[in-house]
Design a protein around this ligand. Structure first.
Ligand code: FAD
Length: 286
């Protein structure tokens, strides 16, 4: 199914998961572990599983293999992520042909982070150019990334929104949001998107917190707020990993409940390749 069909015709809420190709997996053990985890989450009827793409295509082959297995073994619609900033048009064209040869219908079109050494390719400077290219050259349905608290590089939130509209208008079907821990940012973002004329589903990205250190690292990297209550609770129990995981599940469950009360079209879970927390959250809310 393509993204339009999934988000317009599927029963609400649409459940989706994000996974990443395991690192340093020479013997394939981590890949098998990932599929075991995904199998445990099939009972919540996911409509989509997305697979991240390493900066500059570092894990391209692994990504493609995971996409193939999601489709063939799990019988779930896969959505590869793809970044363009360090890749030539020729490479992009080859990649798109490869995934279309597996009958993949969807893609998340991204610019990607600018590499620290500045080694960009310059064929594609921003994700909107990639969206246009994909729409002109394939039949893929395209998702794009949105940032409820603004993208970390943006000079102003308003300008970020104008660029988001530009990207949406090139033919995107859905927006997947960056993680957030304060739902107000999401609600305000959706309202501002509507006001500026972006009429696409904005799917909230949910990260169940499982480690104090990891939360701070990720929040700092993505420039997202950690609400005081979450911060204080995790700080107080930072040496108690069982408590942190339990609290992370409770926190994300109440975030999801409020989002569902506000009629979101779907929930996209950043699984970090693990099933337990996401499974517990879905058990709590569905
Ligand atoms: P863009 O939409 O191009 O925006 C990047 C910046 O440029 C923004 O500040 C924007 O305001 C500005 N901008 C946009 N268009 C223009 C323009 N025309 N002119 C001037 N400025 C402009 N990264 C990975 O490496 N692999 C992944 O798999 C991955 N998956 C992700 C999934 C989701 C749901 C999200 C939210 C992010 C993901 N990322 C991933 C991170 C993403 O690659 C980075 O946030 C990257 O820095 C921006 O990508 P983008 O597609 O949002 O870029």
């Amino acid at each position: 199914m393509n993204l339009k069909e999934i988000y317009n015709t599927k029963q609400k809420p649409v459940i989706s998961y994000e996974v990443f190709p395991p690192k340093d997996d020479t013997d394939g053990e981590k890949l098998e572990a990932l599929f075991k985890e995904l199998n445990k989450l099939l009972c919540y009827n996911p409509s989509l599983i997305s697979v991240t793409y390493g900066a500059g295509g570092s894990n391209r082959n692994e990504s493609v293999e995971i996409i193939r297995r999601i489709k063939e073994e799990l019988k779930v619609t896969p959505m590869p992520h793809f970044t363009c900033v360090s890749t030539s048009t020729k490479n992009i064209s080859e990649y798109l042909k490869t995934i279309e040869s597996f009958d993949v219908k969807n893609i998340l079109a991204l610019r990607g982070d600018i590499p620290k050494d500045g080694s960009v390719c310059n064929d594609f400077k921003h994700a909107d150019e990639l969206v246009s290219y994909i729409k002109d050259n394939t039949n893929l349905s395209v998702a794009i990334a949105g940032y409820p608290e603004g993208h970390k590089e943006c000079k102003s939130f308003e300008q970020d929104l104008i660029y988001l509209k530009q990207k949406a208008d090139k033919g995107a079907d859905v927006i997947f949001s960056q993680m957030f821990f304060n739902n107000d940012h999401y609600f305000s973002f959706v309202e501002k998107c509507e006001k500026i004329g972006i009429n696409l589903p904005v799917i909230p990205g949910i990260l169940p917190v499982s480690s104090y250190k990891q939360l701070f690292k990720m929040a700092d990297m993505c420039k997202v707020e950690i609400p005081l209550k979450l911060k204080e609770t995790l700080e107080k129990h930072q040496d108690d990993s069982d408590y942190t995981k339990k609290y992370g599940i409770e926190y994300a469950s109440s975030q999801c409940e409020e989002l569902l009360q506000n009629k979101v079209r779907g929930l996209h879970f950043y699984t970090l390749n693990k099933s337990y927390a996401v499974g517990q959250i879905l058990k709590n809310i569905l």
